[in-house]
Design a protein around this ligand. Structure first.
Ligand code: ATP
Ligand code: MG
Length: 174
């Protein structure tokens, strides 16, 4: 159904707050309000939460993590920005693979399994969108989840069943 992006972002951030506080990481939400996408609320919260958890986990103490929402034409972009350790160019594609972790020794104390980003990638694809990374080692990373935007008047039944968008809606609404 129709999913409120503001709600997705605030739930994801709320659930990451305890971890962030323990590390004195400041978590900020900004950008455009009132955007909506078609899909599954809980899956989208999981996806954004995985990105926020990573941003906190792979950043130093007292750094800042931001979650920003903007629209770009028919897309809603949710960007999770950190000032953390970053990811080398050669690893940037691989981090979305299942079980892939950049540096086992370095990531050992964060205790993850390497599944978070592969889940984000699947949730994005299931919603007709994608997830990309921009990063500079030692400076930080930005993960951007892009999703097709739902217009105010959009409803599953109001869309023609035959065009591309209609096909997408049936997939993500099932
Ligand atoms: P899990 O999410 O399953 O608990 P994980 O965090 O290791 O474990 P992913 O979320 O899939 O797994 O991330 C894969 C790897 O990508 C991480 O181990 C880390 O090396 C790197 N990575 C992910 N996000 C960031 C980030 N924001 N900054 C730096 N490195 C990151
Ligand atoms: Mg993770």
């Amino acid at each position: 159904g129709l999913v409120d992006v503001d709600q997705v972002v605030s739930e994801a951030v709320d659930r990451a707050r305890t971890t962030a506080e323990a590390k004195k990481v400041r978590l900020d939400i900004g950008g455009e309000r009132g955007t909506r996408v078609l899909g599954q609320h809980d899956l989208l919260v999981t996806a954004v939460r995985n990105l926020v958890d990573n941003a906190v986990a792979y950043s130093g103490e007292a750094s800042r993590v931001g979650v920003g929402v903007r629209t770009d034409g028919d897309l809603v972009e949710i960007a999770v920005v950190d000032e953390g350790i970053g990811i080398a160019p050669a690893e940037q594609e691989r981090v979305f693979e299942r079980f892939y972790r950049v540096d086992q020794a370095r990531s050992r104390d964060t205790g993850g399994t390497g599944l978070g980003l592969s889940i984000v990638k699947h949730v994005a694809a299931d919603h007709g969108g994608d997830v990309t990374v921009w990063s500079q080692p030692g400076r930080g990373s930005t993960f951007t989840l892009r999703l097709p935007r739902a217009e105010e008047h959009t409803s599953v039944t109001a869309l023609p069943a035959t065009d591309d968008e209609g096909a997408h809606v049936r997939r993500s609404a099932s």
